[in-house]
Ligand binder design. Structure first.
Ligand SMILES: Cc1cc2nc3c(=O)[nH]c(=O)nc-3n(C[C@H](O)[C@H](O)[C@H](O)COP(=O)(O)OP(=O)(O)OC[C@H]3O[C@@H](n4cnc5c(N)ncnc54)[C@H](O)[C@@H]3O)c2cc1C
Length: 203
């Protein structure tokens, strides 16, 4: 949700975590507005009508209403926010991304969730690898798409796993290193003919 920058944040994000609740607040639009995410861990599936935004707001308030700090004011802002959205943290995990000449990329293939981050990286690297394999395949679309999946899947899985490794406090540095290095962008395959913007990345 969005509210005006009543915290006076200047180019700073503020994250809090407390006993299964969390918040993330950061300023946007020249520090004039705040984007706010409020969350809680649900031990059980929630039986909610997805159209009942009044019920969603009430539930968030119920779960975070006992907290101090800035949370009371953020909850107050939540009740007035025109862009309030309530949803579960979820990932897209699919057995296969490709069917015939159609393949999936980015969030459609392997959305990782804000708990891991890396959605933009998966989308951008996926686009690069797909283009690379299509170029290398020289018209053999089936082999190119299979190669794209083979290269991307370990990278996608390790990055998605960052969300679940340690939900209370985030993944270890070692896991983050391993995840971001789990794909090779082999620019030398094309005889070293690398355009100026391309880098050799074990990203
Ligand atoms: C609030 C927020 C914060 C985020 N912060 C981060 C971050 O800090 N770091 C990070 O790595 N990732 C972050 N992400 C995730 C990241 O934005 C996504 O993982 C990434 O944008 C996925 O790229 P994509 O190209 O797969 O999908 P998108 O960026 O969603 O692009 C899909 C495009 O397809 C268009 N589209 C949809 N349906 C149709 C249709 N039928 N016809 C034509 N066009 C259509 C959409 O309008 C959209 O432009 C964040 C996401 C959100 C929502």
């Amino acid at each position: 949700m969005t509210t005006h920058n009543f915290l006076g944040l200047e180019d700073w994000q503020v994250w809090t975590q407390h006993e299964g609740t969390g918040s993330c607040v950061y300023p946007v639009r020249g520090n004039t507005e705040l984007r706010v995410t409020l969350g809680f861990t649900a031990q059980e599936p929630l039986d909610l009508d997805h159209r009942d935004t009044g019920g969603h707001r009430a539930l968030v308030h119920e779960r975070l209403g006992h907290l101090g700090g800035d949370i009371p004011r953020l909850l107050e802002a939540m009740h007035r926010a025109p862009d309030f959205l309530f949803d579960a943290m979820a990932q897209v995990r699919m057995d296969r991304w490709t069917s015939g000449r159609v393949t999936l990329l980015g969030d459609a293939a392997c959305c990782p969730s804000p708990l891991s981050g890396q959605g933009s990286s998966l989308a951008l690297v996926g686009g690069y690898v797909l283009a690379d394999e299509l170029g290398a395949g020289r018209g053999d679309i089936a082999s190119a798409l299979a190669a794209y999946e083979r290269r991307m899947r370990p990278f996608a899985r390790l990055n998605q796993d960052l969300a679940t490794e340690n939900p209370g406090a985030g993944p270890s540095e070692a896991s983050m290193e391993r995840a971001k290095n789990a794909v090779g962008l082999d620019v030398e395959r094309h005889g070293g003919a690398v355009s100026e913007g391309a880098h050799r990345v074990r990203a």
